[in-house]
Each structure stands twice: as C-alpha cells, then as structure tokens.
Design a protein around this ligand. Sequence first.
Ligand SMILES: [Zn+2]
Length: 390
Amino acid sequence: MLKWAGRAAQAAIMILGLNLMAAAPARAADPDSTNGWNYGYDSLLRDLGEWRKSPHVRIDSVGATVKGRALWMVSITAVGDSVGRSGDLTPRKHRVFMHARTHPAEVQAQRVANEAIRFLLADNPQAEALRRDFIFNIIPMYNPDGVELGKPRQNAHDSDLERNWNYATMEPEPIALKKTFQSFMAGPIPIEVALNLHSDQFNCTRFFVFHFPAGTSQAYSDLEKSFIAGVQARFPGGIKDYTFNQTWPVQPGLQYPEGFWWSNYHENVMALTYEDTNCPNAGRFDSTATALVLGSVDYIKARMTAPVLARAKTETRVLLVPEGVRIAAGPEGGRWELVDSRGRRMAEGATGAQGALLAWNGLPNAPMRILSVAWPGGVRSRVVLPASAR
Ligand SMILES: [Zn+2]
C-alpha cells in the first residue's frame, strides 16, 4: 500500500541508513540547530533512527517532495495482536492520523507530533493499551523542502501546501498525503480522526479551527464540539473552547485538507486543524500531545458505544436496579453474557422463564462492561453497565 516513491526517496533512505550508523544519543543537541527553525530534516532523521529501535514502530516513506526528500510516516501499534477476533463490538483496531509542519516556521506543531510519538512508544501499561487497540500514523514533517530552504510557509515550488487541495495540478506532497488517506480509507481499518497540526503566531494560544454547521452539518459540528471538549478535558486550561476560532460560515473550504475530508467522508472522519502557539509562551508539547492522543481515543471509544447507549435508552427488558441487573422474565428465557470493551466474554448464564437478577458484586469488573442478552427469535438486548460493582 505504501510503496517507496521512486529513486529520489530511495536516495533518502540511503541517507537515513548512513545517519543511523552515526546516530547521536537521544535528545542530543540538534545537529542543524542554526536552520530549520532549530529542527531540520537532519533532526528528523536522527529522531527516526531512535524511534525505529522500538518493536512497535514501522517507518515508511509515503512519497517524495519536489526536491526528492522522503516523506516519512511513523506508524505505531502492537504487532500481531488480536485484530479481528474479538467479537462484534470491537472487531478491529481503530486508526488515528496526524500530520504536522505543513508550514515550516511552525516548528511547535512538529514538537507536538514528536511528543505524541514518544508518548505512544513509552514502556508503560497506558501506552501498551493504546498500541493494542489503535494504530497511530504520524507524519511529523510534511514539508521538509520548505524546512531546509528556510521558507516559512511554502514548499520548493513556493506553493502553500495547506491551500491547494482543490487545484487541478497538486504539488507532490499533497498528492502523496491524499493517496495515503485514500488507501487507508479503502482498507479494513479506516482513519477515524485526522489531525492537521500547525502553530499560530497571532493568537499566541492553543486552539482548534472549528467549522460552522453551515459549512458542514449540524451533526458534524456537534461531533467537533464533543471532540474538542474531550481534548480540553485531557489538558485542563491548556486549549481554548471551540468558540475561539470558527470557519466555513457558508460553505466548506475545499482547498484545505479538512475540505477533502468533509466532502468525501462527512461525519465518518473527525478532521480538524489544531494550532499550537507560535510565540514565546510555547511549550508543554508533551501535555498537548497527550491530550490530542487521549482525546482522539476517547472520541473513538464514545462513537463505538453510542449505538449501544442509544439502544439502552429504549431497553425495558434489562434494568439496572440497586441490587444488580434485573433481566425480565419470558416464556422461554434467554442467555446473557457480559463482555468487555473488546468483545471478550467475562461471564455468562441463562435467565430461565423467571428472569434473573445478577448481583452487582457477583459480576466481574472492567473499564467498560456490556451486558448482552440473546432472546428466543434472535433478538438481542445490550446495555452498558457501570465500570465496577457498587
Ligand atoms: Zn500553519
């Protein structure tokens, strides 16, 4: 799916190989600290050399720039895990995509992307769980030519790569990114959240670019609000409300990546530009990165359980009562099972014609528990239970 993009990119791989042999220790001073806004292409190659030591990383070039530099994508997930065998609730992993540094002067955006990679590669139970359930694809430097040529916003053709998605002739960088998006969307694990990371030199704060319903849909703007609120909750006080910056008052901006996402995939993909601060108050890139990752994960999990929760509102045969879960009586009874968020069965039993009362303290705990009852005739009830026994 992601083939090396010809001779130019292969030359870049060679450069990467050489760079690895002379790899400096992690977080050494940037070798090219006098250019590239203190983080140039050599800095990226050095960091790729560190990241690729992890067994959870795969590094691909998704294409080549005008000048033949490889466009590196860092993919993070636990390999060989149970994709597709965990039942009907979470039959697969979920995919989050981020790309950063469309505008070379916005180095803060790349700092955030780099911190997201470090967070996801960490050796701890939280990162392990994220790698088990998700695939993260991150392009930390989308415009390396501009970075190396010292162009604040343009690529080697003096084109602003953020604004040419609807041009008849697109630049090689957005062509490569668009192909990458499309190939994932056509595959078994489509992108569900797509973040476009920038940094802003006028507002000097952190915010998302929210889209008015007039340019998208009411449903989409509601999803955007919940996404942004979710990220904010992961970094209290760090990121502005959705009202801070709003765009598309009449119609979508098709020149932007978000215009591509909206016009092709609508509510299926949460696609937003995030702006870090490009001012002396910049910093806390790790807090921001963590919030973006966990906010994306929270959003996807909420979308997964939303249909179950909606059904639970009209469900009258399974009731949550102070003593436990009461399953209604029926002429033939039914079979119940309790599954976790990945569809794994934790407990099961029969209700019998009298129904059943499952005591709270008799049910196994899990961060998310779904009680599913199969009734005669193929009808199923599903209810999300509180996380633990009372
Ligand atoms: Zn920008």
